[in-house]
Design a protein around this ligand. Structure first.
Ligand SMILES: CC(C)(COP(=O)(O)OP(=O)(O)OC[C@H]1O[C@@H](n2cnc3c(N)ncnc32)[C@H](O)[C@@H]1OP(=O)(O)O)[C@@H](O)C(=O)NCCC(=O)NCCS
Length: 249
């Protein structure tokens, strides 16, 4: 009964002028939304084109990344990477490199997204390496050394843009590990992985094999969570990559 009433109501509506009015209203609502979007995009384009990375930081909290032409341009470049060899460099203490880190954080799950300012602080306080192919940033890694000579080198983050097969699985992660550890040839390496992060765990194992080292699990608490860049309760396991000593070689 209720269905019949509903159907006859719909039939009446289909015949009536109401429907035309409904579509006209919906159409104008849509048109207004489109106009607003177009205005906003033009605004973003002009903002992004005229502002340097430093000024970008001021508007960053309210600037929609999905409409940031710089970010969109980078995303397009990522999809057209050549087979060129990856190059690794130390990050500069600039807003530009802070912004590059942020681009990568946005696309590299589960890495947390930080503001440009926070990323610049990380570059100042720790060791950040940026990987580039054809001048396009495709990865970054963050590490820091313990204060004592006997402390390991801690790896907190390694991230490579997930545009397989163009960026991932072509040795970018391994190259960044290599560059970061080359500066500290005597230190072991401590890092943490989440149990379900197969890619990260395999990368660590392959890295250990590549340098002729062993990788062993250590209990959480052996090193400070801050040094490992982890939070408790998220399924992290800690590892130590022990470099071969002169005796063991
Ligand atoms: C983990 C990560 C950095 C690997 O980067 P990458 O540049 O693709 O790694 P590489 O090409 O140097 O791979 C080296 C080795 O790691 C292992 N590996 C990398 N990705 C893998 C995957 N998806 N599945 C299984 N093994 C993988 C393989 O052993 C690989 O050697 P192979 O290709 O010869 O088999 C990348 O997958 C990533 O950014 N993930 C998201 C962020 C993240 O989880 N970071 C780790 C926590 S901070």
């Amino acid at each position: 009964m209720r269905c019949n009433l509903f159907a006859s109501g719909v039939r009446r509506l289909l015949r009536s002028k109401d429907l035309e009015i409904y579509f006209q209203t919906a159409h104008s609502r849509y048109a207004i939304r489109e106009m607003e979007l177009a205005k906003r995009t033009t605004y973003c384009e002009s903002v992004s084109a005229t502002l340097g990375s430093c000024e970008y930081q001021t508007i960053e909290p309210t600037f929609p990344l999905s409409q940031d032409p710089e970010f969109l341009r980078w995303s397009t470049q990522l999809e057209a990477l050549s087979a060129a060899v990856v190059s690794i460099r130390e990050a500069n203490q600039t807003a530009e490199d802070g912004r590059r880190m942020k681009d990568l954080q946005v696309v590299c799950c589960p890495i947390s997204v930080r503001s440009v300012r926070e990323n610049v602080s990380t570059i100042i306080e720790r060791q950040v390496h940026i990987a580039e192919i054809d001048g396009v940033h495709v990865g970054f890694c963050v590490s820091s050394q313990g204060p004592k000579d006997s402390d390991p080198l801690f790896f907190q983050i390694v991230a490579v843009a997930p545009v397989a097969p163009d960026a991932q699985r072509r040795g970018v992660g391994l190259s960044m590990f290599g560059a970061a550890t080359a500066r500290e040839p005597l230190r072991d390496i401590a890092l943490a992985t989440q149990d379900d992060n197969i890619a990260a765990r395999s990368l660590n194992e392959k890295f250990a094999r590549t340098i002729g080292a062993t990788i062993q699990r250590v209990t959480l608490g052996t090193y400070r969570d801050r040094d490992l860049g982890i939070q408790r309760g998220l399924g992290y396991r800690a590892w130590i990559v022990r470099r071969p000593t002169a005796q063991s070689e």
